[in-house]
Design a protein around this ligand. Structure first.
Ligand code: FAD
Length: 311
């Protein structure tokens, strides 16, 4: 049985992929191997999690160039005899998945939130029809590229048995020229990886009210996120905080939704949260139906009282 190769440039997501790969390998066989590209510290971290790590050191492989990384992973698949590749379904991972599937001649599924092995088939759950339903799909073929939603699986814990070997890959020169790296500005947040999200919607009266919502998010140990109109129409928050079809798909342990009606283009991005709490002053708002706990109340009052209680 050919092996399973995993790759993510983000350490935590790579550990989550190790968990998924382990589930698949236990059920249908095949050795799990990890590609680490120009990332020595990640090699150490993943070998400490018991993984068989292949260290690719080649400055010609640019993480910012998905086509270039795809060529490196294609070569790794050939040399390591892997027919299944697991990637993370974040922004960069989704682009890489499509490009890698194309160069491998493989089938490709992204936004996978659950996996179950049935015989030889890997059944993958993913939102379909704009999030109105969950589809179970599998790739009919040996070569498969599967991109897994961040936080859908627990990161693999440390265990013995890991190893690190060097792997040489040759890639054509990247057609992208990297001019500079800039640190993200301090207002940016990785809402896909947050375990708690406090999400503001158009029920918020003014931009000034965001401070109290952000304060609540911090007190709960989480991040501030928003519905799309708050970022694209009102421009109160940057677009990297938008949840939904054209924003990010998040799976926090807790999502507190404030003044959000619950249109499907939004809910597709938060439906997989473990616990959803909604505050909306309209008792007929759809969001009350999908929430685990809901309050028909003025969000400003609720935020104020929660901030006082948690002070
Ligand atoms: C192709 C396409 C893609 C889209 N992608 C996205 C996406 O990725 N993400 C996204 O969010 N949207 C997306 N949208 C827009 C989406 O359809 C909705 O318009 C949007 O989600 C609505 O945002 P909202 O719930 O904040 O606002 P509204 O629908 O206006 O809801 C505001 C809610 O606040 C409540 N409210 C008002 N005052 C208070 C108060 N004082 N206290 C408590 N509650 C109050 C109201 O009862 C209402 O239910 C997309 C649309 C299209 C067509």
């Amino acid at each position: 049985m050919a092996g399973i190769l995993i790759y993510s440039d983000k350490d935590k997501l790579a550990r989550e992929l190790l968990t998924v790969a382990g589930l698949i390998a236990d059920a249908r066989g095949g050795e799990v191997k990890v590609a680490c590209i120009n990332n020595a510290s990640q090699c150490q971290l993943l070998s400490a999690a018991g993984a068989r790590v292949y260290k690719i050191e080649n400055p010609a492989v640019l993480p910012a160039d998905a086509a270039n990384v795809a060529m490196a992973l294609k070569e790794a698949c050939g040399k390591l005899d892997c027919s299944i590749v697991l990637l993370s379904s974040d922004r960069r991972g989704r682009e890489l998945a499509g490009r890698l599937a194309q160069v491998l001649g493989a089938g490709c599924l992204t936004d996978i939130s659950a996996v179950k092995v049935e015989g030889e088939q890997i059944h993958c759950q993913r939102n379909a029809l704009g999030g109105a339903t969950v589809a179970t799909q599998y790739i009919d073929g040996e070569k498969q590229v599967l991109a897994i939603v961040p936080r859908a699986f627990a990161p693999a814990p440390d265990r013995d048995g890991g190893s690190i070997d060097e792997l040489q890959v040759e890639v054509p020169p990247s057609r992208i020229k990297l001019l500079e790296f800039r640190a993200k500005d301090s207002s940016s947040a990785n809402i896909e990886e947050a375990s708690v999200l406090v999400v503001a919607g158009q029920g918020l009266n003014s931009q000034e009210d965001l401070a109290a919502v952000e304060s609540l998010a911090k007190k709960l140990g989480g991040e501030l996120a928003c519905s799309k109109p708050l970022a694209t129409d009102k421009k109160w928050l940057p677009e990297d905080r938008v949840i939904g079809l054209s924003g990010k798909k998040c799976q926090p342990d807790l999502a507190v939704l404030l003044g959000i009606s619950g249109q499907v283009q939004f809910t597709v991005g938060i439906r997989d949260a473990r616990v959803i709490v909604a505050v909306n002053s309209d008792e007929n708002a759809y969001i009350h139906q999908m929430a685990d706990y809901s309050m028909v109340a003025d969000l400003h009052q609720v935020v104020k009282e929660l901030n006082n209680v948690l002070a």
